[in-house]
Design a protein around this ligand. Structure first.
Ligand code: PLP
Length: 422
């Protein structure tokens, strides 16, 4: 085997990749986006109602997901907060949430006084339907799920559980723009769904968020939370009981910036194009690396009912297969090869490891009355998954084929020479 002759860069050998980082840039800013921003700049930079680029984006986004309503927001976090308020979650209610997610899936719930009931993961890193079922009590009002790293959750089982127990289902699709489960887009399963349009997200405006729903009452309440006055007056029908609040709403301000929306809209129009390339590259990486020892791919990679969005290419490190070489050492060796985009996620960790979920009372006194407290060790599967997660970006332009090949070569080189690291 030719690989065995190679000396790892960490031990003084030649680097696999000599090109300086970054190797991956997102969002891809080009002339097309520049033109869209400048056009919007001269049109308007504040939109008070549902018109112009807001209406255009929302109409297209809703249609793509076969939903009646879409509402742009200032961030994904704001869109998620809007979902919780729209769903009517309140003090003392229980809402089932994944422990393994980016914390903004759950943190806005704390403003409602509802209790986040965390759940462990399945083999893909997504919320485990069996765990959801175990956590249901008479106080449970809803479930929020995250399609982690772009892999859709087990929707058939989750929907069955929600229907049977009359629970409102919310989807956080911030990693999963355009991902499909059984030929249906994520975000078109739940009663409400939200997407971040922030920085590295597949559809990005730099900052931004969007939510969708088919439920008029939910939509009105989301409008009232963060889109007071003109937009509420325009959209809430005058004979609805909520119309009287149209001017003030509930008082928050979650409106989007039109320039951010102009960028996100361009990216949304290119979404299918990005996804096609990402899918091609991801399949190439799977094929090249699936038989290597020391790493394990989520079963979803081989599941024909699931089409991930490939926000990130995430796999598990398996030290036990390579003589317990510590992940830190393995990771250092990859970095030394020049694979600078390979990453170990840190802020996206099980929520029970975070002070806010261990001791919420100092910041949210309401939880003195509705006590909850998580601690390390509560969710062993999620914690192990997190400890062993390695991720790399999935490029979205055909021009980046060289990087895919180099990253594959670098990973193979380190695995096949792991003994030299022991
Ligand atoms: C990015 C992200 C959010 C928060 O979105 P912002 O636009 O940054 O507020 C929420 N949930 C998940 C899963 C995310 O990745």
């Amino acid at each position: 085997m030719k690989f065995n002759a190679e000396k790892l860069a960490i031990l003084g050998g030649p680097k696999t990749i000599k090109v300086k980082s970054p190797h991956f840039r997102w969002p891809p800013i080009d002339k097309e986006i520049e033109k869209a921003v400048i056009k919007q700049l001269y049109k308007s930079i504040s939109i008070y109602d549902r018109s112009g680029i807001f209406k255009e984006f929302e109409d297209n986004f809703a249609k793509y997901h076969q939903r009646k309503y879409a509402l742009l927001c200032s961030s994904g976090t704001a869109a998620i907060h809007s979902m919780f308020v729209a769903a009517g979650f309140k003090e003392g209610d229980e809402v089932i949430c994944p422990t393994y997610t980016f914390f903004a899936t759950v943190t806005p719930l704390l403003f409602t006084g509802a209790i986040p009931v965390l759940c462990d993961i399945d083999e893909n890193g997504n919320i485990n339907p069996q765990e959801i079922e175990k956590k249901i009590t008479p106080k449970t009002k809803g479930v929020i799920i995250t399609h982690m790293w772009g892999i859709p959750c087990e929707m058939d089982e989750i929907i069955k559980i929600c229907k049977k127990n009359n629970l409102i289902l919310l989807e956080d699709c911030s990693h999963a723009h355009g991902a499909k489960y059984k030929d249906k887009f994520v975000g078109s399963f739940g009663d409400l769904s939200a997407w971040s349009l922030q920085g590295p997200k597949i559809v990005s405006g730099g900052e931004g968020g969007i939510l969708t729903t088919n439920n008029k009452e939910f939509y009105y309440r989301a409008l009232l939370l963060g889109h007071y006055n003109k937009r509420c007056k325009q959209e809430i029908s005058q004979n609805n009981h909520l119309y009287k609040y149209a001017m003030t709403g509930m008082g928050l301000k979650y409106r989007s910036h039109p320039l951010a929306v102009a960028i996100a809209y361009k990216m949304f129009k290119n979404l299918e194009k990005y996804l096609k390339v990402k899918r091609f590259f991801a399949n190439k990486m799977i094929k090249a690396l699936k038989d290597e020892i020391g790493i394990l791919f989520p079963p979803a990679f081989f599941d024909s009912k699931i089409i991930p969005a490939w926000y990130e290419f995430v796999f598990q490190y398996r030290a036990e297969e390579i003589e317990n070489l510590p992940i830190e050492r393995f990771f250092e060796a990859l970095q030394a090869e020049g694979l600078s985009e390979v990453d170990r996620p840190s802020s996206t960790c099980p929520l029970n490891l975070l002070p806010l979920f261990q001791n919420p009372i100092e910041l949210f006194p309401i939880y003195q009355k509705h006590y909850f407290c998580y601690k390390p060790g509560d969710f062993p599967k999620a914690e192990k998954f997190y400890q062993n997660t390695i991720k790399l970006p999935v490029w979205a332009s055909k021009n980046d084929l060289k990087f895919i090949n180099l990253y594959i070569a670098g990973i193979k080189k380190v695995i096949r020479n792991y003994r030299t690291l022991l």
